[in-house]
Design a protein around this ligand. Structure first.
Ligand code: 76R
Length: 248
């Protein structure tokens, strides 16, 4: 008989993808644009304060692919707070020059596959801290949503837990080879969004995303069961970076 694995859930995550209407934006007077950039700066400072108070986290990125220009990632303890953040940003003057091209709601998730029986992981402060992560300040992020397949004999959710555990162990072993090169935050989204998980990978070298994801494609958990949505690569924007992107 198949049964679910215990999952531990932390902060909620909102990945917000925006397209900029460059025509409209460029038609503004520089002083007007400057004013709106300052307003964005204030927002970023607000988010930084929340992060400093350990009540959430924030990072913003430039996106290269045509689907978006900006990726904003917000983590907060509750969905209400994410709502406030979203509408707060939407009320800025700059937001009028953007449209949301994609979004993803999920919650930071750690599963108990590799935790020995009888151990309460919540006793471990390191484990607890991983549920409320500060977004790594790496230069690049790679985000994609994914499912575990449910087709015929390849139905992840019908497999006995021991079989899934074995596969997740092998998955984790591959992942651990990238320690120090790639940080990952897996967020669960079953019942929250259209996919079952969001994968956010952080690195200072985008080639590690390619290497890690490629290597995992040969591992059973991904090779047989992984189904993937669109991949988004973000290049981290400091406030200065965002300012020059919007003015130069
Ligand atoms: O401590 C441990 O052993 C943790 C083991 C571990 C689990 C349980 C782990 C480690 N992951 C787990 C769960 Mn992962 N992960 C992905 C992807 O592109 C692909 O093929 C898959 C996307 C990547 C790149 C990745 C990276 N992981 C999960 C789950 C939930 C599955 C479930 O519950 O059924 C998903 C969807 C998922 C997907 N994983 C690691 C990594 C890396 C780099 C590691 C090792 C580093 C670490 O432990 O933080």
């Amino acid at each position: 008989m198949s049964r679910s694995v215990d999952t531990y859930n932390g902060w909620y995550a909102y990945h917000d993808f925006r397209k900029i209407d460059w025509n409209k934006w460029k038609s503004l007077k520089p002083s007007h644009r400057q004013q709106m950039i300052q307003e964005l700066q204030k927002k970023a400072e607000e988010y930084q304060k929340t992060e400093d108070d350990n009540k959430g986290s924030f990072a913003q990125y430039a996106v290269l692919s045509h689907e978006a220009d900006l990726m904003l990632i917000h983590l907060r303890p509750t969905i209400e707070e994410l709502n406030e953040v979203k509408f707060g940003w939407d009320k800025t003057g700059f937001a009028d020059f953007t449209t949301a091209s994609y979004s993803f709601l999920s919650v930071v998730e750690l599963s108990a596959y590799t935790i020995p029986p009888g151990v309460d992981p919540l006793d471990d402060p390191v484990f607890r801290a991983r549920l409320q992560p500060i977004l790594p300040k790496t230069q690049y992020v790679c985000f994609y949503p994914m499912n575990k397949r449910r087709v015929g004999n390849d139905n992840w959710f019908m497999l006995p837990i021991e079989e899934r555990r074995k596969m997740m162990k092998s998955h984790g072993m591959i992942g651990r080879q990238y320690e120090g090169k790639v940080r990952q935050i897996v967020t669960g989204s079953t019942g929250l969004d259209d996919w079952e998980w969001g994968v956010s990978l952080f690195s200072d070298d985008p080639l590690y995303f390619k290497k890690l994801v490629y290597e995992m494609r040969f591992d059973e958990a991904s090779a047989r069961f992984g189904e993937f949505g669109s991949f988004y690569i973000g290049n981290r924007l400091t406030m200065d970076g965002l300012t020059s992107l919007l003015t130069d």
